[in-house]
Design a binder for this molecule. Structure first.
Ligand code: PRP
Length: 214
């Protein structure tokens, strides 16, 4: 393996700890990522890789532009933002789903009027209803999307459901799964050629650990 270092972008928050857990199980020393202080770039001492922590859409931006060779990001962000990169592995953590949910007792399909849907993911929502050939009005919400049907702004929401507790607490029920979601390993297309040996080594390490867990 050459001495060049790879750079990986990790999604901050929910996926961060799971990514670190995976990398540690692969033998990577992640102490610098676990105790970041104010630093933004973390060198892994025993593997030729530097890690940066970023918000999910930024992980895709950095990988697409090739300033990071690899990234760990949720399928939810990939579906919403799209982009040109290789999605090489389902990392099998951060599992949840996109669901269409309505107020309990409401008949979403029982009307001919154009339905209004609230979502933080307008592109995922658009693609879902386009596939059904259904014309809907999509309203982008930035915060707690569950509020929109409660306030009667919309007939339904498309949102991430993990345990279902948030829907339940707000009198909403999921009526359809829009897509399954989990963390994915993505790779910049040029890096895949330029750093083939190093990237293959990393992917194989990930695969071995994922197989061990299966
Ligand atoms: C997500 C999602 C739901 C909640 C679902 O929000 O938007 O509100 O999790 O989880 P549950 O099914 O286990 O209740 P998150 O907490 O990620 O916050 P966000 O609004 O910043 O996306």
């Amino acid at each position: 393996m050459s001495s060049e270092r790879l750079r990986i972008a990790l999604t901050k928050g929910r996926l961060q700890d799971k990514s670190v857990e995976l990398f540690e199980a692969m033998g990577l020393d992640c102490a610098p990522i676990k105790d970041p202080g104010r630093r933004l770039v973390h060198a892994i001492p025993n593997y030729p890789m530097d890690a940066v922590l970023a918000k999910a859409p930024d992980v895709i931006t950095y990988v697409e532009h090739g300033v990071c060779d690899l990234g760990v990001v949720g399928k939810d962000t990939i579906l919403e933002k799209g982009g040109a990169f290789y999605e090489v592995l389902d990392l099998n953590f951060g599992r949840c789903r996109f669901a269409l949910a309505v107020k309990e007792g409401s008949d979403f399909y029982g009307t001919y009027k154009t339905r209004r849907i609230a979502s933080k993911y307008p592109e995922v929502t658009r693609a879902f209803f386009e596939k059904k050939g259904m014309d809907v009005d999509i309203i982008k919400i930035e915060g707690s999307v569950e509020l929109a049907p409660i306030l009667e702004l919309t007939d339904a929401i498309v949102d991430i459901v993990e345990t279902g507790a948030t829907l339940k607490a707000n009198g909403l029920v999921p009526i359809e799964t829009v897509a399954e979601v989990s963390a994915r390993l993505i790779v910049n297309t040029a890096s895949m050629k330029l750093h083939k040996a190093q990237i293959t080594d990393f992917i194989e390490k990930c695969e071995r650990e994922l197989e061990r867990r299966a």
